[in-house]
Design a protein around this ligand. Structure first.
Ligand code: AMP
Length: 564
């Protein structure tokens, strides 16, 4: 039994007694990420593990390639167990090769996303004392020169000793850069001196969603993460002949755990497409026979509304998982009806909580709830009141609090945040408001901070959004609290209209909400119709931008004094 051993300043390990019980109970398999891959490669070496735009790898090839890359890094760099390496890679074969190479060395990849820019990149390099940076050169065209971008500031960081890029054909990288392919070709699998990787130590560092401020580091151990790969594969019913395809960046938990991890766990295939636009994803499904994925709700809406949707053959789809933000119920009904798929409506956090409906639940459950925790026996899940102690009654709303073998144990080097969100017994308080129905299915009502407090009355923005999105002219909506001198906050709605829909005025919206029985104090008091709502790196609506925008507008209109 390998109990946690990592001593990294600012990292909170699992306490020994909990780690011990998770191993004894069989939740933790004591396998680092690459051991999962190696076991599958041993069992069925020739099965396809990865399909990329131009490359395809069997399980045996993927395992060998990751050994080659690890061997080169071992020989050519000072990288050691538990050192951090930043990944800013699109969804490519190279991402996965590098991920397993890091695992073999016990090195921790940090999941910067392709849409992150200088402030996030610098912050993450500094936060983690990163020693290397992996990005893409011109092989994949994402309309942005990542090499130039990183090269501009990398020399300011002494510890950042190695810059690696997936170079395009004939691309000349700056002198001090290493081509990814060269790492792979410079060594043989036998060149790797095995490293004793402790699966109870961190194996990957995810980043918290960027709706507020700079991202926080979320270290996940091999053990707790692999446990969730397995639980997710079971919840979704992934079969070994399935083809999972990430729809959001692989560096996001939604792809890394729920699609890539679950697929490798099940010995299935992962198909990658670097450009995550609806037509490219639909083409990928058609080309490879894609079976399951986790797109965010906006991507589902974009697919449903796509003018050429009918021209793609999406009949291979078995199950769609979606969440990360509220999935509009009508989207679930439409998709299930049209494609005859299972739908896993998921509440997920990079910190660990995964609660989802199962593919064979009835469609009402799939459309209106987020189902049950993925590991009902192992996950300790409570909904508590504002004292964070007392469990609320069934059906009542409260804060989701969790502890268990698949959850993180603390943000990296952020003690204040940990003091605020963990108690002495290791329970993590998510700041998300949920409730549980009598039949055990959970419902999401929004973040505590998304509660608009209007003159002392609480309004949960997502509950209101659920009703507004049902309006026939409205495609997408975000309700936020606009600052108000007298009442503190008042609700305001930003909406995108459906194509060819009639204009909607504030009066229309208010009378629609009145017809739907929504209390007067909850009805938006301002409506902005926009062409497009601002999005985060993974396509969630970035409410913080809207809050800033409206504050500025109110000031300009003289409705808000300075100081806000
Ligand atoms: P991330 O940091 O990107 O993993 O985002 C996690 C957050 O997304 C959660 O804390 C929730 O606030 C939100 N979220 C995730 N799933 C859902 C869902 N199904 N409905 C509403 N909000 C969700």
């Amino acid at each position: 039994m390998q109990l946690p051993s990592a001593e990294i300043e600012g990292y909170v390990p699992f306490p020994d007694d909990r780690a011990e019980s998770y191993i004894e109970d069989g939740y933790w398999k004591e396998q680092p990420f690459h051991a999962v891959l190696d076991e599958r490669a041993e069992r069925h070496p020739d099965r396809t593990a990865l399909v990329g735009p131009d490359r395809e790898l069997s399980y045996a090839e993927l395992a060998a390639n990751s050994e080659r890359i690890a061997a080169s890094l071992q020989r050519e760099t000072s990288l050691e167990r538990l050192d951090r390496v930043v990944f800013q890679l699109p969804n490519t074969v190279e991402f996965i090769e590098a991920f397993f190479a890091c695992s073999r060395l016990g090195v921790v990849p940090v999941m910067l996303l392709p849409r992150h820019r200088e402030s996030e990149a610098r912050h993450v390099i500094e936060l983690t004392d990163a020693k290397a940076f992996f990005t893409t050169g011109s092989r994949y065209d994402l309309g942005f020169d990542f090499v130039e971008f990183v090269d501009d500031f990398a020399d300011e960081y002494q510890d950042l000793e190695r810059l690696v890029a997936v170079a395009g054909a004939g691309q000349q990288l700056p002198e001090h850069w290493t081509a990814f392919d060269a790492l792979r070709s410079a060594s043989d699998p036998e060149d790797l001196s095995p490293v004793d990787v402790n699966p109870s130590d961190p194996g990957v560092m995810l980043l918290s969603g960027g709706t507020t401020g700079l991202p926080k580091g979320i270290p996940r151990t091999h053990n707790d993460y692999v446990f969730q790969w397995g639980q997710m594969a079971d919840a979704v019913g992934v079969e070994d002949d399935w083809i999972g395809f990430p729809s959001v960046p692989i560096g996001h938990n939604a792809s890394l755990c729920c699609v890539v991890g679950s697929a490798f766990w099940a010995g299935a295939t992962v198909a990658v497409e670097p450009v995550l636009k609806p037509d490219r994803l639909m083409q990928l499904i058609e080309d490879v026979g894609g079976t399951y994925s986790l797109p965010v709700p906006t991507q589902l809406v974009d697919i449903l509304e796509h003018p050429d949707r009918e021209s793609y053959d999406l009949s291979s789809l078995e199950t769609l998982i979606s969440g990360g933000q509220k999935v509009p119920p009508r989207v679930v009904y439409e998709l299930v009806d049209e494609y005859d798929i299972g739908f896993c409506n998921i509440f997920g956090m990079a910190e660990g909580p995964l609660i989802c409906t199962r593919p064979d639940d009835d469609v009402d459950t799939q459309a209106n709830t987020v189902g049950r925790p993925i590991a009902p026996d192992a996950d300790e899940v409570r909904i508590v009141g504002t004292d964070r102690q007392t469990a609320v009654d069934r059906g009542e709303q409260g804060e989701l609090s969790v502890r268990g073998p698949g959850y993180f144990t603390g943000y990296f080097r952020t003690p204040e945040e940990n003091a605020e969100n963990f108690d002495d017994d290791g329970w993590f308080y998510t700041e998300d408001v949920l409730s549980v129905d009598d039949d055990g299915n959970y419902r999401v009502h929004g973040r505590i901070k998304e509660t608009i407090i209007r003159g002392g009355e609480n309004i949960y923005a997502p509950d209101l959004e659920d009703v507004i999105i049902e309006h026939e002219a409205i495609e997408n909506v975000a309700v936020i609290g606009m600052p108000d001198e007298r009442l503190g906050e008042r609700p305001a709605a930003f909406v995108e209209l459906r194509e060819n829909a009639d204009e909607v005025t504030l009066e229309d919206l208010q009378s629609y909400l009145s017809d739907r029985g929504i209390a007067v104090f909850k009805r938006p008091e301002r409506l902005d119709v926009v062409d497009e709502l601002p999005r985060t790196e993974v396509g969630k609506i970035a409410k913080v931008n809207l809050e800033e925008r409206i504050t500025e507008e109110l000031k300009r209109e003289g409705k808000l004094p300075d100081g806000y």
